[in-house]
Each structure stands twice: as C-alpha cells, then as structure tokens.
Design a protein around this ligand. Structure first.
Ligand code: CAA
Length: 282
C-alpha cells in the first residue's frame, strides 16, 4: 500500500506540525482548514520553523523551498479525493470527528487510509462512522511534532494488519518511532501522563506546594524536561480537562476525576500558553 499523497485536516499546533514533518519526508501534502486565515496562520508557523532549520544549518534555502513546494492549500474537504492517507487533526470532539470521517468515507478512493490524531477518543467508534473501519487507525503525534520522537499508533477493533503496517512504515519514513497500542481510553500516553498532570493540579489546589515548587520537584527529581503544570499550560488546559473527562467516563472510575481547579481555570478561559495565561502567565 504505497502512500504518496497525504491530506491533513487542521493547520493548528498538531496538524501544522504533522504537515511539516510529512512534507520534509518527501510526501505531497494537502493541508486543509475551514478558513483561509487559519490556513495562513498555520502555514506561517511551518515556514518559520523551516527558516530556523536553514539558520541552524540543518537544511539549505533550496531544500526549504522544495519542502514548501510540496504543500497544497485546501478549503474544501472534496480535495481529499486524491489522498492515499488522511490524517485528521481537527478539534477533539466526537461529533465533529464522526461527521468528518463519514464525509471522508464518501469522498476518498477505496484504498485511502483514514487516520486520526485524536489524543484519547475511541478509534473503534470513529471507524464505525465509516463503511471501512478496517482502514481507520489512530496516529497520535506528540507536541511539538517536529521535535518529539514518538508516534503512538492505535489499532481500532477492526483495523487491518496491512493498514497498521503501512502506517508504521510511513511513521519510520517521517524519522519517528512507532509504538503499537490498543484502543482503550487515553491509549497509553494520556492514560499515564494526564493523571500525573491532574495530580500535580490537586497538589497545587490542596496547598501542598507552590506551582514553581511542584514543577521543580518533577524537573530536578525526575528529570522531566518541563514540570507537569508548565506542560499542562503547553498542552492546553481545555485539552487536559477533555482528556480527563474521557478517562473518567471511559473507565467509570473516580480515580480519573478532573481536579476542580482545572475546571475553574478552563471556565475562566485560562487555557495555558495559547491564551497567554494558565498556571503561569506568558
Ligand atoms: N516547534 C518546533 N521546534 C521546537 C518547538 C516547536 N514548537 N519548540 C521547541 N523546538 C525545538 C527548538 O528549536 C530546539 O531545537 P534546536 O536546539 O535544535 O534548535 C529544541 O526544540 C529544544 O528547544 P529549547 O532549547 O528552546 O527548549 P527545551 O530544551 O526546553 O526543549 C521541548 C523544548 C522539546 C518542548 C522540551 O521542553 C520538552 O521535551 N518538553 C516536554 C514535551 C512533551 O512532553 N510533549 C508531550 C506533550 S503530550 C502530547 O503531546 C500528547 C497529548 O495528547 C496531550
């Protein structure tokens, strides 16, 4: 199953990063957004990242231009009709995702693999919105995509082995390391990471220590590159809350209850780095 043309939905933090690494690895990339301004914002970040690579001597100006030349803008989902692989990185909302996947099932050719970058929503349920659940798979990239090594590859209940193998091979071509995971809430990455972040928020909420102290303990004591509260700001507090809710509902276990302080910050619109304020101000 040869993958040449990748159609990426969403030019935000994740979709833009995925598009960048795909184009750098030689794939033809169509980057899809609903509004042109959102596309332009995402494309500007990609261009800036590539310019930094040129400045640091990691690529030449010609190579940068070649990478940018592999991009096609899309504002119409119908453009997915040329794709061998779709990677969806739209908002984390089951209704939005199932609607996109049902449309993609109609638009794309029979051979097209439909992947989602969801951080915690069930791949099996997204696959069930299509008539090709065997071609639906999770490709969970980590943020910031150009830097992070891992892609968590999630098999839905019906995902075909040949589809898994094609996606695994492509991940290696991106210079990333695939790790195989089955479809349960939060997969592995967020099943382990988010309760740690949530617990760090509880320690702040209960006055065990200041935010700086909590982050210092994890940075200096556990060699984490950033503390859990700073990492939560970096991921987005709305995303953290959404993932905790998914774990809480998915397992029906109170150990995953989101910290009230996390809810309060999200209600206040303090969503972390992207709104210039979360646990820290930016
Ligand atoms: N895009 C592209 N490159 C970036 C970047 C970005 N957004 N942010 C940093 N970089 C690059 C820098 O250019 C730099 O590269 P060079 O040294 O080669 O120029 C390199 O990363 C290191 O950056 P800095 O020196 O500025 O800062 P740092 O040493 O603190 O590293 C970091 C930054 C790599 C982000 C590091 O802090 C880190 O690893 N943090 C934790 C990241 C993490 O845990 N990610 C997973 C989040 S969870 C997730 O994504 C899944 C989910 O579903 C929620």
């Amino acid at each position: 199953m040869a993958i040449e043309h990748v159609f990426i939905i969403g030019a935000g933090q994740m979709g833009g990063g995925i598009a960048q690494v795909c184009a750098q690895a030689g794939y033809q990339v169509t980057l899809h957004e609903i509004k042109e301004e959102a596309y332009n914002r995402g494309f500007a970040v990609i261009t800036k990242n590539l310019s930094r690579n040129v400045e640091k001597g990691r690529m030449t100006e010609e190579e940068k231009q070649e990478v940018l030349g592999r991009f096609t803008q899309s504002l119409d989902l119908q453009n997915a009709k040329h794709a061998d692989l779709v990677i969806e990185a739209a908002v984390e909302n089951m209704e939005v995702k199932t609607s996109i996947f049902a449309q993609l099932d109609e638009i794309t050719p029979e051979h097209t693999i439909l992947a989602t970058n969801t951080s915690s929503l069930p791949i099996t349920e997204i696959g069930a919105a299509t008539k090709r659940p065997e071609k639906v798979i999770g490709m969970h990239f980590m943020n910031p995509v150009p830097v992070m090594q891992l892609v968590e590859i999630i098999r839905g209940l019906a995902t075909d082995d040949t589809v898994y193998e094609a996606v695994e091979e492509m991940t290696r071509r991106l210079g990333k390391t695939p790790v195989e995971v089955n479809d349960y809430p939060g997969f592995v990455a967020n099943r382990v990471l988010m309760p740690m972040i949530n617990e760090a928020i509880f320690t702040l909420y209960e006055g065990v220590a200041t935010k700086e102290a909590i982050d210092d303990v994890m940075k200096m004591g556990m060699n984490h590159p950033m503390g859990p509260l700073q990492l939560a700001d970096f991921i987005g507090l709305d995303t953290c809350l959404y993932i905790m809710e998914t774990l809480y509902e998915g397992f029906g276990d109170s150990k995953y209850r989101p910290c009230p302080l996390l809810r309060k910050y999200v209600k206040a619109g303090w969503l972390g780095k992207k709104t210039d304020r979360g646990f820290y101000t930016y």
